[in-house]
Design a protein around this ligand. Structure first.
Ligand SMILES: Cc1cc2nc3c(=O)[nH]c(=O)nc-3n(C[C@H](O)[C@H](O)[C@H](O)COP(=O)(O)OP(=O)(O)OC[C@H]3O[C@@H](n4cnc5c(N)ncnc54)[C@H](O)[C@@H]3O)c2cc1C
Length: 321
């Protein structure tokens, strides 16, 4: 009988045993995966998943690793990192492999004179991860530009149209089907002036650098913003602070603002710290463990609940916990 690695490798992928996940996450945190493979085409992906299923090995999908916290003890089973990176433009349609970096896709759209994805240049990670969490910023969300997504769903290749993707704030259907794997995304963009698109990209990048710890090891915003249905939900908050009218009219309290007002900027556990620059970022000061981050997250949640009665939810996805 061949070893598990040999059997998985029959798919055409190069599977590694014990690969450290801190090499593949923006947080630079995460222990070893039992098995790890980087897949570059859909045939490989299909064969690898079929083999893993046959062997009873569960798998976890990874994109650019920019929105995950991987446990210190690593990941049991197989981690499949999606690395299909082809991008092509046809008229006002941009079709990207799910492993294409958002920055490259945004730049490629810009070079083709297509507007819509300028904001995505500031979002680390890949197109697959962007769809998974309906990433967004500066007033735009992934869902605004997706036409369809092609994914491997329970062994079958399916093209899912936008209205089948169940998009909402930081949510897509893929959060309900964690074993489905996105491998291609089609975006519909609009023709625009190349110079204006480029200027918008530069302005957004400058804004991002000024307001967030973009160069530090982090996983982006740790918490979702708090969406409330009526003002009673924020009564305790309003007793203590003047809540900006903009937040009230949008029924949305930015988690970073909340954390700053809890006085938690700079709070540190081990080597994990709530960024001094932006309250919704936890940064790895050098040797942070997943548990340092985990306990810092719990501390923020406890304080938000105790002081304002607000239940914060994670935006970052936990893997291996
Ligand atoms: C400095 C910084 C700034 C950020 N700013 C923003 C921001 O402004 N707005 C925002 O929304 N996010 C932001 N993020 C978070 C992150 O960049 C995005 O969520 C990004 O789209 C995640 O993509 P990824 O490929 O890195 O996903 P990963 O972190 O690798 O994975 C995230 C989740 O998606 C799943 N996934 C990934 N690829 C696939 C696939 N092909 N098929 C199925 N599931 C998949 C994974 O299983 C995991 O559950 C920021 C992160 C950082 C570090």
């Amino acid at each position: 009988m061949n070893s598990i690695i040999e059997q998985l490798n029959a798919s055409g992928a190069s599977v590694l045993a014990g690969e450290m996940m801190n090499k593949h996450t923006n947080f630079r945190i995460g222990g070893p995966a039992d098995y790890y493979a980087r897949v570059t085409n859909v045939e490989q992906l299909k064969a690898l998943i079929a083999k893993a299923n046959e062997l009873g090995i569960k798998y976890t999908v990874l994109g650019g690793g920019s929105n995950v916290l991987v446990s210190d003890s690593g990941v049991r089973g197989l981690v499949i990192q999606i690395a299909m990176r082809d991008v092509k433009v046809e008229g006002n349609r941009l079709i990207a492999g799910a492993g294409a970096p958002n920055t490259a896709v945004s730049r490629q759209a810009s070079s083709a004179g297509l507007s819509g994805l300028e904001w995505a240049v500031t979002v680390p990670g890949t197109v697959g991860g962007m769809v998974y969490g309906n990433a967004g910023c500066y007033g735009s969300e992934t869902k605004d530009f997706v036409e369809s997504v092609t994914a491997l769903c329970d062994g079958e290749i399916k093209e899912l149209k936008k209205d089948e993707l169940d998009f909402s704030y930081r949510h897509s259907i893929f959060k309900e089907h964690k074993d489905w794997v996105i491998f291609q995304v089609s975006f519909l963009l609009s023709h625009g002036d190349k110079k204006e698109i480029e200027e918008k990209i530069n302005a957004l990048l400058a804004k991002r650098m000024a307001s967030q710890p973009f160069d530090s090891s982090s996983a982006g915003c740790m918490f979702k913003n708090f969406e409330f249905s009526n003002e009673k939900d924020i009564a305790r908050l309003k007793e203590k602070f003047i809540v900006p009218e903009e937040f009230i009219s949008k029924k949305n309290i930015p988690a970073g603002w909340l954390i700053e007002n809890l006085g938690l900027k700079g709070e540190t556990i081990g080597s994990a710290q709530i960024s001094q620059k932006h309250g919704n970022f936890i940064v790895n000061l050098g040797n942070a463990t997943a548990f340092d981050v985990f306990w810092l997250v719990e501390k923020v949640k406890d304080r938000a609940k105790d002081e304002f009665g607000i239940l914060l939810q994670n935006e970052v996805q936990y893997i291996g916990f």
